[in-house]
Design a binder for this molecule. Structure first.
Ligand SMILES: Cc1cc2nc3c(=O)[nH]c(=O)nc-3n(C[C@H](O)[C@H](O)[C@H](O)COP(=O)(O)O)c2cc1C
Length: 334
């Protein structure tokens, strides 16, 4: 049997397959099933900034009877009472999970502004989480907000959270940055030990009969692997951080590609949501089979072997690849 062990955020993991944030971690039973299926760590579903802010606004409302202080923006959010289980229960769930399973549990905060809500980072740490993932899901719609301002806000947030906790911090990013390597370096300097590439933006659809914007959550396919794969390959060896690949990991080969590009871990959600946690076991055994066939002894041995670390001019390499890809279509013309 090949040695699948790896390290991520200073944690020793028995293999590189991690369950990324999903509804499966909303219940202890789901977390147990993920452990039984063989994943080496579980990222909890996210606690959202809006959930925490809402609770404090609600308290404020009761203290200042008669004044209606809910922020207008909160009206766009799902009913907060019914949204997940609330901040305190979230922390309790991490506590119970730590007692129930022996694999590392990674807490997840989802927000973009610095402020009181980040105190939950410490609460998540106190509950026993082994690390914390910060998800910065944000779609910019303000034409006055410059890229630098947005990036600086993320950096400040990472600095603030880093100053509050001593457990390792990973940042889950979107692919839509003008200079991702620069942002990655600054995030690491601000205190991130890991980068999780990428947040999968869920694109809503339009119902042109009812004039509704329809949330349309489709699970990923292996096709989506290529975007994070490219960026992991570019960043490997260039940023002093562990790398996690999320989006499009459905098979053993997908996970192995992530490792060869340079990831410490491959994360999966869609596959285990579609087929159940046991799908994780299948991915792991496919990895073992492939490594046996191609005579790899360990994950360590293959990590980064297909990265761009050895490429002197990655940008020129990327342009060359692009031109080659366009040219390759010529042969397909009738
Ligand atoms: C139903 C569902 C719920 C999710 N909830 C969260 C969440 O709470 N926090 C988070 O950071 N990512 C969340 N994600 C994103 C996943 O963790 C993952 O990054 C994304 O689905 C891409 O991986 P995949 O291709 O393996 O599905 C969710 C995804 C799905 C499908």
């Amino acid at each position: 049997m090949a040695d699948l062990s790896t390290t991520y955020l200073g944690l020793s993991l028995k293999n590189p397959l991690v369950a990324s944030a999903s509804p499966l971690s909303k219940k202890l039973e789901g977390i147990r099933r993920l452990e039984d299926a063989g994943v080496s760590a579980v990222v909890m579903y996210s606690l959202f900034e809006e959930q925490i802010t809402h609770e404090s606004l609600e308290l404020d409302h009761f203290l200042n009877q008669g004044t209606y202080t809910y922020a207008e923006s909160l009206t766009h959010f799902p009913e907060m009472e019914s949204y997940n289980i609330g901040p305190d229960k979230y922390v309790e769930l991490i506590q119970s999970a730590k007692q129930a399973v022996s694999i590392p549990i990674i807490g997840s905060l989802n927000g973009i502004s610095a402020g009181g809500w980040v105190d939950y980072a410490r609460k998540i740490q106190e509950a026993g989480a082994d690390a914390l993932e910060l998800n910065t899901y944000y779609v910019v719609t303000d034409d006055q907000l410059t890229p630098a301002e947005l990036e600086n806000a993320f950096i400040d947030l990472v600095k603030e959270i880093h100053s509050k906790v001593h457990i390792p911090l990973a940042v889950k990013l979107s692919p839509f940055f003008t200079s991702l390597p620069n942002l990655a370096r600054r995030l690491v300097e601000a205190g991130a030990s890991g980068l999780v590439l990428f947040n999968r933006f869920i694109q809503p659809d339009l119902d042109i009969e009812t004039l509704d914007v329809v949330p349309n959550l489709k699970l990923s396919t292996s096709e989506e692997l290529r975007l994070p794969l490219r960026w992991i390959a570019i960043l490997y060896g260039r940023v002093q951080a562990d790398l996690a690949l999320t989006s499009g990991v459905h098979t053993g080969k997908d996970a192995l590609k992530a490792i060869m590009a340079g990831a410490n871990v491959a994360m999966t959600t869609s596959e285990i949501l579609a087929k159940g946690p046991a799908a994780a076991g299948k991915i792991l055994s496919e990895m073992q089979d492939w490594m046996k066939e191609y005579e790899y002894d360990s994950i360590q041995q293959m990590r980064g072997s297909m990265s761009q670390k050895a490429v002197a001019e990655p940008a020129a390499f990327e342009r060359g690849n692009y031109m080659e890809a366009l040219r390759s279509y010529d042969n397909r013309l009738p």
